[in-house]
Design a protein around this ligand. Structure first.
Ligand SMILES: [Zn+2]
Length: 297
C-alpha cells in the first residue's frame, strides 16, 4: 500500500516539454509530466516528480531545502512553482545527490534566487573537470558528513563510500526516518543498463552502511514499478542480495571458463524475474560483474 497520501498538484505542460505533441487521447493515458506529493506522516517533506526523475524537498518556516534540480534540457520552473505552491519561504539550499547531469542540471534559477549549492567533495572535483553545460557548481562540499539545521528540521548528509559514482550522498531526516539517495537502490529493479560509473564491489559495502542506519522510508531518484515513489527498509537488503547473487553467479561462470556471451545468455536469477529491468538489463549487469571477476576492474 502506498504511503504517499496526497497528490497536491499535477501541472500539465506536455506540449512544452516533449518533442512530439501528444493527441488529447494519448495524453489522457499518460501520467502528468510533473507531480507534487507530500510524504505521509510528515508535515513538510515532499517529492517532486518530473517525468521519470524525482527529488525530495523540505519546507521549514526559515526556508526550503531542495535537492536535485532534475532539469536537464528542460525548464526548472515547474519544480520552483511546485515548491512555491506549498511554501513562500526562500529556497536556501539545493543539495546534489551525486554528479550525474540528468539529476543535477538546470539549477541556475535556484542560484539566481540566492540558494546555496552543496555536493560531495568528489562531485565538485568531477564537475570542475567536466564543466557540464547548465550545471551550477557547488558552493559548499561534504567530505564524510554535514548536518543542516533549518527552521526546526535536521537533515544529515552522509558519504558512505563509492557505489553509483564516487560522490553519492545519503540525505537523512532523522526525526522523520526518511532517506533520499539516488540511482543505486532502485525500487524492485535491477541496476540500470551496464552500471556505468558503479564501483564493484564497493557498492555492496555502501549498502551495508545504509542498512545499518536508522530509517524507515526510502525516496529514490526514480519511481519504481506502477509509479511507486517510495520504498521501505527492505529495498536495501533486497538490492544487496541481488548484487551478491549476481556476483556469485558471474564468479562461477568466469571460473568455469565461460566467455562474456555465454555468461550473459546462461545466467538467470529467477528470484528477481519480476523486478524492473530484469530482461533488458540483467545481461548488462552480468557484463559489469564479468569484468570485475575476469579482469579485476
Ligand atoms: Zn546517476
Amino acid at each position: 500500500m502506498s504511503r504517499i497520501n496526497l497528490a497536491i498538484a499535477a501541472v500539465c505542460i506536455t506540449t512544452a516539454l516533449t518533442t512530439t505533441a501528444l493527441t488529447p487521447a494519448a495524453h489522457a493515458q499518460q501520467p502528468p509530466p510533473t507531480a507534487l506529493t507530500k510524504v505521509e506522516g510528515t508535515d513538510n517533506v515532499y517529492i517532486f516528480r518530473y517525468m521519470g526523475h524525482q527529488s525530495m524537498f523540505i519546507t521549514t518556516p526559515d526556508g526550503v531545502i531542495a535537492t536535485d534540480p532534475i532539469s536537464e534540457r528542460r525548464p526548472v520552473k515547474p519544480y520552483i512553482d511546485a515548491i512555491q505552491s506549498v511554501s513562500k519561504a526562500p529556497i536556501k539550499y539545493v543539495i546534489y545527490s551525486h554528479s550525474h547531469f540528468d539529476h543535477i542540471a538546470g539549477g541556475q534559477p535556484f542560484k539566481d534566487m540566492g540558494a546555496t549549492f552543496i555536493a560531495q567533495t568528489n562531485a565538485k572535483a568531477r564537475l570542475m573537470a567536466l564543466k557540464p553545460e547548465d550545471v551550477v557548481m557547488p558552493d559548499q562540499t561534504v567530505d564524510t558528513q554535514k548536518i543542516i539545521e533549518l527552521g526546526g528540521t535536521t537533515l544529515i548528509l552522509d558519504y558512505v563510500g563509492r557505489n553509483h559514482s564516487d560522490n553519492m550522498l545519503v540525505m537523512r531526516l532523522p526525526k522523520e526516518k526518511i532517506i533520499f539517495t539516488v540511482d543505486w537502490i532502485p525500487l524492485q529493479a535491477v541496476q540500470f543498463r551496464g552500471m556505468a560509473d558503479t564501483y564493484v564491489p564497493d557498492i555492496e559495502e555502501s549498502l551495508k552502511k545504509v542498512i545499518a542506519m536508522d530509517w524507515t522510508t526510502l525516496i529514490p531518484g526514480h519511481p519504481g514499478p506502477g509509479g511507486r515513489q517510495i520504498g521501505g527498509r527492505e529495498e536495501a537488503p533486497n538490492q544487496l542480495a541481488y548484487l551478491q547473487d549476481l556476483s556469485a553467479a558471474v564468479k562461477k561462470a568466469v571460473s568455469e571458463g565461460k566467455g562474456y556471451d555465454a555468461a550473459e545468455k546462461e545466467i538467470k536469477l529467477p528470484k528477481y524475474e519480476s523486478w524492473g529491468g530484469y530482461a533488458a538489463f540483467l545481461p548488462m549487469n552480468i557484463e559489469r560483474y564479468y569484468d570485475f571477476w575476469n579482469r579485476g576492474i
